[in-house]
Design a protein around this ligand. Structure first.
Ligand code: C5P
Length: 224
């Protein structure tokens, strides 16, 4: 069990390559790393039936349970484990089971709106926005949704035009202004190498920084 010393947020539109960047920048980091997909914090919609759940706008900030995400990040930052929800994209709902997540040296929060919420942003040490052309993103999205998420092509196109694209323009793209760094294209090797070095350096010597962050929030605990 450790107190996380470096917390990274990776945002960007659907299909931008956020997961690839998250994997590449952390795969050679010597310290333990936990990845937190924002998708796991979609609201529990068990009170709706499947047809109603299919109609939900999953690209609007209101689709996420921000309070639970903030609470889990706070817990991890203070060195306590959390039970992270899991998400089922075919059923459009949270799964019954959760996964126990222990605090690790490095934490990576990734998702379309990872840089949207002010309280979440305040807990991040490094904010990244992955910028990829919209045509590349929609092609990746079609491939993924049809092959991995059991969707039909017409439904994917309808959803893209009715919610994904407008919400991208209204909420996701503008969240870029909170980023410390904007990474062009998914697997930009120069950016990835620089980030790997930065993350490794921060993860090695981060304890003071966590203390500073907790102090700044006014809820420092005796973590030693
Ligand atoms: O992995 P990615 O960042 O693309 O995941 C976010 C996307 O998942 C959103 O653009 C949202 O439209 C989609 N989504 C979906 N069905 C759900 C939940 C999310 O298509 N039930």
């Amino acid at each position: 069990m450790s107190i996380p010393s470096f917390v990274i947020g990776i945002a960007g539109g659907t299909g931008a390559g956020k997961t690839t960047v998250a994997r590449l920048v952390t795969e050679n980091v010597g310290e333990s790393v936990t990845r937190i997909p924002l998708d796991n914090y979609y609201e529990d919609l068990s009170h709706l039936d499947i047809e109603e759940r299919e109609e939900v706008n999953y690209d609007h900030p209101s689709a996420f349970e921000w309070e639970l995400l903030r609470e889990h990040l706070r817990e991890l930052l203070e060195g306590r484990a959390v039970d992270m929800p899991q998400y089922d994209f075919e059923l459009h709902n949270r799964k019954d089971e959760t996964v126990r997540v222990e605090p690790t040296d490095v934490i990576v929060l990734e998702g379309i709106l990872a840089l949207y919420d002010e309280a979440v942003n305040d807990m991040l040490d490094l904010r990244l926005y992955v910028e990829t052309d919209a045509d590349v993103r929609i092609l990746r999205r079609i491939q993924r949704d049809v092959i991995d998420r059991g969707r039909d092509l017409e439904g994917v196109i309808d959803q893209y035009l009715s919610t994904v694209k407008p919400m991208h323009e209204q909420f996701i793209e503008p969240s870029k202004k909170h980023a410390d760094l904007i990474i062009p294209e998914g697997a930009n090797s120069v950016a990835v190498e620089l980030l790997e070095e930065k993350i490794q350096a921060e993860a090695n010597g981060g304890e003071t920084r966590t203390w500073e962050r907790l102090d700044a929030e006014g809820d420092a605990k005796d973590v030693n």
